[in-house]
Design a protein around this ligand. Structure first.
Ligand code: HEC
Length: 235
């Protein structure tokens, strides 16, 4: 598969097989969101990552040029197993084997089936991944405000709204996902950044807050821009 690079120019040489009948698109979507979405925009999956190219943008040209979705599936599969940088002199930034075996096939099949499409997934695919950031507002308890990161690796905290009383406040953000995140707070002269954690770690900061509005966010490159932020209202 090494000759089967990621650039549209080599699409014709890749993936002439038909769609695999046993691909599990629901599992493919869930794994895409967990393992890929923090670096790539894919409209149908609702992912907003910025470190890699938008997959909708990257493949819309190939689709417009008449390449079939099975060829795109082959390119995505090959990129997962052997990530290639479009610049041959630079090492690929994308880690290899984020998903393997059947998982890699399911992810490639899902991406190929939805890439470049507007609208939203329907049927069982629509409910395969819970929308990120849609949790109820969180209130601080006994001076501690818990704002876990989305456990599925989406660029969001479980809630985008929080409240606390003025005074000393500890913010904690547990991150069960494999995507690195932290918690940071700014506003009203406060600027504090917590440690970046993953795989069950907890990022923490302690600040003194007065009545007013503050923004909490993740400082990992591209994550705030991808929507990983929220508002803390102090009363
Ligand atoms: C840590 C960030 C990161 C993650 C996670 C990641 N990618 Fe990438 N991806 C990149 C970057 C950056 C590129 C551009 C090439 C390079 O520098 O490696 C890329 C390139 C690609 C391309 C080629 C796009 C083109 O323009 O031809 C595809 C397809 C792709 N990634 C799919 C995936 C899939 C599927 C996953 C999950 C299994 C994934 N990526 C996970 C960063 C990432």
């Amino acid at each position: 598969m090494g000759a089967c690079g990621a650039a549209a120019a080599v699409l014709a040489a890749c993936g002439s097989e038909g769609p695999p009948g046993d691909a599990n698109l629901i599992a493919g979507k869930q794994m895409f969101v967990q393992k890929c979405g923090s670096c790539h925009v894919l409209n149908r999956a609702g992912t907003t990552g910025r470190q890699g190219p938008s997959l909708d943008a990257a493949f819309s040209r190939s689709l417009a040029d008449g390449f079939g979705r099975s060829a795109i599936r082959g390119v995505v599969h090959s990129q997962i197993l052997n990530p290639a940088n479009l610049d041959p002199d630079s090492p690929a930034y994308m880690p290899a084997d984020l998903v393997t075996g059947k998982g890699a096939q399911d992810v490639a099949a899902y991406v190929a089936s939805v890439v470049g499409r507007g609208g939203e997934d329907t049927g069982l695919l629509a409910s395969a991944v819970k929308p990120a950031g849609s949790g109820k507002p969180v209130a601080a308890k006994a001076g501690v405000l818990a704002l876990p990161a989305d456990p599925n690796g989406q660029l969001a905290y479980i809630s985008e709204k929080a409240t606390a009383e003025a005074g000393e406040l500890e913010l904690t953000s547990e991150n069960e996902s494999s995507v690195p995140h932290n918690i940071a707070l700014e506003g009203g002269g406060v600027e504090e950044i917590g440690e970046v954690v993953q795989g069950g770690g907890v990022s923490r900061i302690t600040v003194a807050v007065d009545a007013g509005e503050y923004q909490f966010f993740c400082t990992v490159q591209g994550h705030r821009e991808g929507g990983m932020e929220g508002t803390l209202t102090v009363k």
